[in-house]
Design a protein around this ligand. Structure first.
Ligand code: ATP
Length: 386
C-alpha cells in the first residue's frame, strides 16, 4: 500500500488532482474522501474526485473556479472546471428514520462524516496537506483487501450497500468479511424503491466484469436478483465479443442472465428497475432463443438476413455462431441502390407491397444473384415467387 505522501504525489500527477492541490494545498478543512483515497492508496487510478468540506461548501466550490452544476439544501456541489469534475459535500452525520429511507442529514465534523459511510476502506480521508484520517481498522482492511461495514445496522439503514459491496468485491478483488456477509445475507432490498435498486444494477452492468458483480451480489443475498436470474459468463463473453459498437453491452448482459425467466416476470422486473420500454423489449427479445434456431439453421446469406432481420443486434450477438458474425460484420450493412421511389415510378402502387418487393430484391442481392441498379430493379419488379 502507498504512503499518504506517495498518494499525494500520484494525485499531483493527475491534472485534476493537481488543480485540487493548487487550490486547497494549505487548507485544513478540505479532504479527498471515499473511493479516490482508497484507489490512490492502492496504487490504482481514482475514478472520481470526491471532497468533503468541514465548513462552507459553496465557498470551497467557488475556489475551484469552474461551473457549479448542482447543489442541494444538504450542502453538496458539483464543479466542472475544464475537463475536471469534483463532487463536494459538507461534512455531515446521517440518521435513518426507517429501514431503506433516505437519510436525515445534519452538519458534523470529519470523523463523524466518515462513520456514516458504507465500508471501512471507503471511510478514509486524505487532507490536501497530506494528513490521513480513517475509521478504526480501515487501513488494516485496505492492506488485507477486506470489505467490512462500519456497524451492524448498515444494510438495514441502506440495503443498496449490498450492491456496493458486491461491486467493490468484483472490481478490487477484495474479500467480504464474515460478519458483513452474515449481515448482507439478512438484508431486505424490498425496503428500497425499484428505481434506487435499478440504479445500483445499472452501475453493476457498467463494471469491468459485470457477470462477476452480478454473481457477487447473488452470492451475498439472492433476494437482490429475481428468481431464474442466472449469469452465464461464457455465453456472455462470446456475445460481447460479437456485439458491434452500436449495440448495448448492458442489455446483452441482462439478456444473457434472464433466459430462464418467463417473459412477463422479466418485463415486470425490468420495469420496476426503471428500464425504458425499448430497453425492456431488447432484453426480452435477446434473452429468448427465438432468433438463435433459424439463424443457426440458415444456409444462404438471404436466409441469415431473414432470420436476423427485425431482431435487435443484441439478440443476434447472443445467438452467436458464424452466421451471427457474418450478419453483424457484413450482411446487415448491405443496402440496395434502388428505393421505394423507383418502384413507384415503375408503376407499383403505394403500400406494403413496395417494402416486400424491395426485401426480395435485397435477398437476391445478398445471395449474389443481382448487382447494380438495373438488376435490382428487375428483381424488385419480378413476379414475386422467389
Ligand atoms: P467508485 O469507486 O465506485 O467510483 P466510490 O467508492 O467513490 O465509487 P461513490 O458512489 O462515488 O463511491 O461514493 C463516494 C463515497 O461516498 C463512497 O466511497 C462512500 O464513502 C460514500 N457513499 C456513497 N454511497 C454510500 C452509501 N449508500 N452509504 C454509505 N456511504 C456511501
Amino acid at each position: 500500500m502507498r504512503s499518504p505522501a506517495a498518494a499525494l504525489d500520484a494525485l499531483r500527477a493527475d491534472p485534476c488532482g493537481a488543480l485540487l492541490l493548487r487550490t486547497f494545498a494549505a487548507e485544513h478543512s478540505v479532504h479527498l474522501v471515499g473511493g479516490a483515497v482508497r484507489d490512490l492508496l492502492l496504487g490504482r487510478a481514482p475514478r472520481e474526485l470526491d471532497l468533503v468540506v468541514e465548513g462552507d461548501v459553496d465557498a470551497a466550490a467557488a475556489r475551484l473556479g469552474g461551473d457549479i452544476t448542482a447543489h442541494d439544501r444538504f450542502g453538496t456541489a458539483r464543479v466542472q472546471a475544464d475537463e475536471c469534475r469534483f463532487d463536494l459535500v459538507r461534512a455531515r452525520a446521517e440518521s435513518y428514520a426507517r429501514p431503506g429511507a433516505l437519510p436525515d442529514v445534519r452538519p458534523a465534523g470529519l470523523e463523524e462524516d466518515l462513520r456514516r459511510r458504507d465500508v471501512t476502506v471507503n471511510a478514509i480521508a486524505l487532507g490536501l496537506d497530506g494528513e490521513l484520517t480513517a475509521v478504526e481498522g480501515a487501513l488494516e482492511d485496505l492492506r488485507a483487501g477486506v470489505l467490512r461495514v462500519l456497524h451492524d445496522a448498515s444494510f438495514v439503514d441502506d440495503p443498496t450497500r449490498v450492491w456496493r459491496v458486491a461491486r467493490y468485491a468484483e472490481r478490487l478483488g477484495f474479500a467480504v468479511d464474515g460478519r458483513t456477509r452474515e449481515l448482507a445475507a439478512a438484508a431486505d432490498p424490498s425496503t428500497v424503491s425499484g428505481d434506487r435498486l435499478g440504479a445500483e444494477l445499472r452501475l453493476a452492468l457498467r463494471e469491468p466484469d459485470p457477470s462477476a458483480a452480478l454473481e457477487a451480489v447473488r452470492d451475498l443475498n439472492p433476494a437482490y436478483l429475481p428468481d431464474g436470474f442466472e449469469p452465464r459468463p461464457r455465453a456472455l463473453a462470446a456475445a460481447l465479443e460479437l456485439l458491434p459498437a452500436d449495440g448495448r453491452p448492458d442489455l446483452v448482459t441482462l439478456a444473457a442472465c434472464t433466459a430462464g425467466m418467463d417473459v412477463s416476470t422479466l418485463l415486470a422486473w425490468l420495469d420496476d428497475m426503471g428500464f425504458t420500454a425499448s430497453e425492456r423489449d431488447v432484453v426480452a427479445a435477446s434473452s429468448r432463443a427465438a432468433t438463435a434456431a433459424p439463424l443457426h439453421a440458415a444456409r444462404t446469406n438471404a436466409e441469415i438476413a431473414r432470420a436476423a432481420r427485425g431482431a435487435p443486434v443484441e439478440a443476434v450477438a447472443l445467438a452467436g455462431g458464424n452466421n451471427a458474425r457474418r450478419y453483424i460484420d457484413e450482411l446487415r450493412h448491405v443496402r440496395l441502390e434502388i428505393g421505394g421511389d423507383d418502384l413507384l415510378a415503375a408503376g407499383i402502387a403505394e403500400g406494403p407491397e413496395i417494402g416486400e418487393r424491395l426485401q426480395r430484391a435485397l435477398d437476391r442481392k445478398l445471395d449474389g444473384e443481382v448487382s447494380g441498379r438495373k438488376e435490382e430493379l428487375a428483381a424488385a419488379l419480378d413476379g414475386g415467387d422467389g
